[in-house]
Design a protein around this ligand. Sequence first.
Ligand SMILES: Nc1ncnc2c1ncn2[C@@H]1O[C@H](COP(=O)(O)OP(=O)(O)OP(=O)(O)O)[C@@H](O)[C@H]1O
Ligand SMILES: [Mg+2]
Length: 248
Amino acid sequence: MSTLEIRDLHVSVGDKEILKGVDLVVLAGKTHAIMGPNGSGKSTLAYAIAGHPKYTITSGSVTLDGEDLLDMTVDERARAGLFLAMQYPVEIPGVSVSNFLRSAVTAVSGEAPKLRQFAKDLKVGMDNLAIDSAFATRNVNEGFSGGEKKRHEILQLELLKPKVAVLDETDSGLDVDALRVVSEGVNRFRANGETGVLLITHYTRILRYVKPDFVHVFSAGRIVEEGGPELAEKLENEGYEAYTKVSS
Ligand SMILES: Nc1ncnc2c1ncn2[C@@H]1O[C@H](COP(=O)(O)OP(=O)(O)OP(=O)(O)O)[C@@H](O)[C@H]1O
Ligand SMILES: [Mg+2]
C-alpha cells in the first residue's frame, strides 16, 4: 500500500512563486481528482513531484511511503514507483515506441525484461488500448495525434505498474471512444486497490468513467476546497468563479 504525501509545498519558477503551500495526501487504492482553472498551478504540481529541473522547491516536503522524493533524481523517483503522464508529452526522434517502453521497464525494474515476455506484455497492453500494432515501430510522440499520445501514456502505465500515477489532463483532446478506452486503462491500473491515482483535469467528463474518491479544487497555487465526487458535479454546474474570486 502506497501513500504520496505532499506537505506545505512551495514551488517557484525563476523568482515567481507558483505553488503557495499545497497539502495533499494521495492514498493507496484511492483516486484523487485535482480540478482548477487554467494557470492555477496543477501542472506545476505534477512537474515538481516528478522532479522537473525548472521547478524549484522552496519549502515543504513530498514523500512516497515515507521516503523523501525531493531528495531523489528523476530516475530514482520512477524506480520508487512514481509515474507522471504529462499534459504535453515530448517527442523522442529516432526512438521507437517499443524500444522506449522496453528501456523504461528496464530502468524502473532494474533488469531488462525477457524479449519474448516483453513482446507479449506489449501486445496485451496495445490490444487493451485498441492501439494498432504498427504503432510500436513509430518514433515516440513524433506526429502522434492527441489521442495517440494519451493512449501511449496509458500503455506506459500498464507496462510500468507504478505505485502512484499522476495523470495530467489525460482526457484532453480525446474523442468519446478514446476517452472510454483510456479511462478503462486507468481503471485497470487501479483495480488492484493498492495504487494511488492523482488525476488532473478541468472537466468532469473523464470523472464519469474514472470515479474519484476525492476531489480537490486548485486555485492560485493552493488547494481551496476538498470533497467527494459531488464536488465535481458542483464545479460542472457552477464553474470556478467562486474560488477565483476568493483568491484574487
Ligand atoms: N516553466 C515555466 N516558466 C514560466 N512560467 C511558468 C512555467 N511553468 C508554469 N508557469 C506559470 O505558472 C502558472 C501555473 O501554470 P500551470 O501550467 O501549473 O497551470 P495549470 O493549472 O496546469 O493550467 P492549465 O489548466 O492551463 O494546464 C502559470 O501562470 C504559468 O505561466
Ligand atoms: Mg496544466
